[in-house]
Structure formats: structure tokens, C-alpha cells
Design a protein around this ligand. Sequence first.
Ligand code: NDP
Length: 332
Amino acid sequence: MSVEMRWGFVGASDIAGRVIESLRKIEGAQPAGICSGSEQRAREFAQRHGLALAGTDLRSWLEQGGFDAIYISSTNQLHAQQTLAALRHGCHVLCEKPLAMSEQDARDMVRAAAEAGRVLATNHHLRGSPANQRLRELVASGELGEVHSVQVSHAVYLPRHLQGWRLDRPDAGGGVLLDILVHDADVLRFVLQREPRGVISFATSAGMARAGLEDNAMSVLEFEGGVLAQCHESFVAAHAQSRLHLFGTRANVYSVGALSQAGSTRLVLRDESGEQLIELPPADVYENTLRAFTQACAGHGAPLCTGADGLASLRVALGALESSRLGRRVEL
Ligand code: NDP
């Protein structure tokens, strides 16, 4: 069903350009404005993406814009205050991950959305992947038997154009745990349909990240029912492919490449009859996320990842950070 929605973008970021591409595939969606901390970045972004309204003062830009929905992709320390401002203006909000920098801020955002009667969603786009959706079905149907253990490898070599605040700005939420573990925690919560109870994490810098930030981390999460998930996240792993492997008492299944922005994925199931490749439809994971969000704003269903989900996944990343500092398990 087509829904007319006028969109404003907060943050002249790299990912906002990618999201606009996907938004243009959605009937009724109208990308209309950009708000940046810099006049020049706002103007250039507006020109590049054909947006009519460029601004630098969030409040007056929101007043002028007449937006229905706001997509927030500024650096992480700004997500909470910008979300609250957009909600106060009566807009629905799709906010980037991590939802906020602190649990309290994320709670305030979720509460404010409920009080305003607006949709708050988190852009954990991996929920829009057919591979992750299929894994969730396989777990829920019992086809794998009981799943007791999971391995995740989500390691990248951070591309040159993203080697900025992620590597040297603790105040902006840099570091691989807030950047990537938060996604993996969310995808695990989605696939397993269980909540994590504890985390233990080791995090180091191989020299790419500075200012006390980590660029390489390994964590173990313990989920309800004792399910263990071992997670590897890195900014310093060249030519790696992501992998998510679920081990069940009847079968095991792994995806290769599904923890990424691209839709190219291989999903392999291994059981008593041998190995089979599971066919998956091609997909734009951002488009799927935006479609569900749009429908939720029109009163049909829920977004793929709610604000409350963003909060729950943030808690895992914050717990991992605390664990790596303390050198012990942190209860979630
Ligand atoms: P960018 O570094 O591209 O942009 C972040 C902010 O940096 C922008 O909002 C902009 O501020 C500022 N900025 C952009 N270009 C410049 C520049 N040349 N000089 C100085 N400042 C600049 O960040 P990302 O797009 O990588 O990430 C943005 C957010 O999106 C983060 O929260 C991140 O975690 C999330 N993200 C999510 C992804 C997903 O798939 N769900 C993927 C990638 C990122 P201003 O607005 O003031 O112009």
C-alpha cells in the first residue's frame, strides 16, 4: 500500500546517501530535506541528492520542513537529542544504531515516542536480510533441533572513507563494539528470539583505532536457556567474509556474507542427508527496513527493529565495553 511520506535527513553522512537510494524505490516516499552541522555539507548533500530544503538549525529546519518522518544518521552522541527534537515536532523517527550512547538516553527516546504516539525504529538493517529471516524461521520451526551455540564473525577492514570518528572519537561513540557488535547482538536477538543475560568481552587496538578505542574484539554472550554465542568484530581484517553459524542438535546452518549491506549471501544447511544450499531471493536490506517502517507509520504492523529493540541491543554493546574494561562477565 502506497503511503505519502515527506522525509527529512539529519546528518550529511555516508550512509544517508545509501538510504536515500533505497527510499526512492518506495512508492509515496519523498526525500525532501537535509540538516547538517555545516552549511556547506548541507548544501552539497542537498544538491547531490536533489533535496529542496537544506538547514543547519535543527529546530527551525523541522519547523519549515513539514516532515512526516526523520532519518537520523549523525554521529552517535547526537542521536538522542535529535530524536527527541524530531518527536516533539510530531515526526516518526528512524534512527541509526547504536540508538544512543547510554541506556538512559535510549530509554528516554523510547518513552518519548510512546508518549508522542509516533513510531521510533532503529536501523538495524540486518533484520531486512532474507538470510537472517530464514535463519530465524529455521530456529523457530525446530528444524535445527535445539540450538545451543552460535558463532558470528563480522570482521571488516574499515574502508578509507570511514576511517574517521570511529577510530579516534570516544565522545562520538567510536570503536568496533558500538559500531558492529551492536548489530550482531541485534541479529542474534532477532534470529534466536531470546534475550542475552550476560556478556564477557576482550577488546584491543591493533593500532588503527586510537584514543583508547578498540578495533578488534571477541565476546561471548550467554542467552536465555544457556545458549552461547561467540562473536568476533574487527576493523582490521582484510578480505574477510561475514559468517553466522547456528549449531543445533539435529542440524547446523551457516550464512556467508549475510552480515553486510549487500544482499549477496550463501546459506548452507547440514543435516543427516548431507549439505544443501538454501535459495534466497535477492534483496535490498535497507529497502525492506524502510518499507516496514513506512507501513508501521501508516498504522500497519511494527518496524523490523523497534526503538525498544535498539535499546536492548545497545545494552549488549555497552555491557561488552564494560566487560572489556573490567576484565569480567557483565550481567545484562
Ligand atoms: P559519516 O562519517 O559519513 O557521517 C557522520 C557525520 O559526520 C555526518 O552526520 C556529518 O555531520 C559528519 N561528516 C560527514 N562528512 C564529513 C566531513 N567530510 N567532514 C567533517 N564531518 C563530516 O558516518 P556514517 O555514515 O558512517 O555513520 C553515520 C551513522 O550511521 C552512525 O550512527 C553509524 O553508526 C550509522 N551507520 C549505520 C549503518 C547501517 O547499515 N545501519 C551503516 C553505516 C553507518 P553533519 O551532519 O554535521 O554534516
